[in-house]
Design a protein around this ligand. Sequence first.
Ligand code: ASP
Ligand code: MG
Length: 473
Amino acid sequence: MNSALQVMKFGGTSVGDATCIARTAQIVAKAARKNPCVVVVSAMSGVTNRLIETARKAANGDATEGAHLTNVLRSQHAAAVEALIAERQSVMQKLDGVLAEAKRLCDGTALLRELSPRTLDEISSLGERLSAPIVAAALVTLGLRSESIDATELIVTDAFHGGAEPHMELTREKAQARLRPLLAQGIVPVVTGFIGATAEGRLTTLGRGGSDYSATILGAALDAGEVVIWTDVDGVLTADPRLVPEARTIPVISYREAAELAYFGAKVLHPKTLNPVMQAGITVWIRNSIAPERPGTKITPEGRSIGGGVKALTAIRDVTLIAVGGPGIVGLPDVVGRTFSTTADLRANVLLISQSSSQNDICFIVSAGDAERTVEALRKEFAQDLAHHKVEHVTVVNNIAIVAVVGENMRGTPGVAGRTFAAMGRENINLIAIAQGSSESNISFVIEDQAVKKALIATHKEFGLDVAAPDQD
Ligand code: ASP
Ligand code: MG
């Protein structure tokens, strides 16, 4: 393993304007003086949203959007170039090339009134293709050697547009062949996050927020020593600080815990981020580019245990509970199978499942956006059984939330569930459903949405997450 190599990823807010890019460039310069670095960047914050919005308007036939978009993006990016870069001509030429492509894509979409997933990928990738040349030029202005590189040259993916998966072996070959010679010459490559390409060279994206994933894919492909995700918060927190003012940064956390939190809506990491580095055991850091002196959170294979095994809490809101049930379902062995083949057919994301052993009721949770079509499909699937009262109901409960208590060392620690639910009892919070996977690293429960803040504060206190962890390193 080339343990000196560092992959550093900077999110949208770390490249959001000239001031942020200047700070980012300083962070890179400092690291690059000591070790070889590969930089991965997101689009400037807000740009990807804007691109997608424009693409949709164009698909509705709005022919003015392409020109409008290119004007707005040009002034936004040119302002950063103006403020930061000494040698502006070549970078502006690059940006104008990308902007011309943006206009062609939007105009074409408006003309055809059609937006395929492939074209949407082309359009939504433009933000990274604009930010990377600026960051590379800012590094050059600071006296470093740097080059911007399109990740289409490095990351090979399948053809699932909007959420492509990498082919790690092919990516490894391409990334090594393209980046090693640059690193050997002391050049800092600045790679567009979020983007890949199929083996045939067709551009793909890794899904919203996918630049984190790009960073770990490249980290694994290049046998990096560590991957640092630079963002606008201090690291992984014990809870959402907007809901729990006492939330603290977690100094060390395991891959599994971080993945669990990412999946359960703690927005610091793309849920797939840790997959590529798990096998190689590459350390991932989450650090704050606005306050680079703070240590951040270190994500390691094991993490370490605090607070009776509970590491952090998270809440998923904007979800709907659906129950399929009635006393008659005890005798129907295929209800569970049919329920979940229905959700699978719809590609509805099921976040939690619970069935009591009386088997009167299966309940599960989906995102609120998936609820209506899921219920409709279930009522269709069980139409006969509902008519014959074998299935009594397909019901919906809105305005609920899932709270998850996460910690790898909860496994084998008795009393975590007891303490959690006793705390809910004391707060007079009604539990609608409960689930714990047999990995025991997550206990989830469903409550009314309006009780979320109270539930988080009480659980946070119960497990002493508001008290600094004793330093065990
Ligand atoms: N720019 C992309 C997005 O906004 C990818 C990223 O920021 O990670 O989703
Ligand atoms: Mg992000």
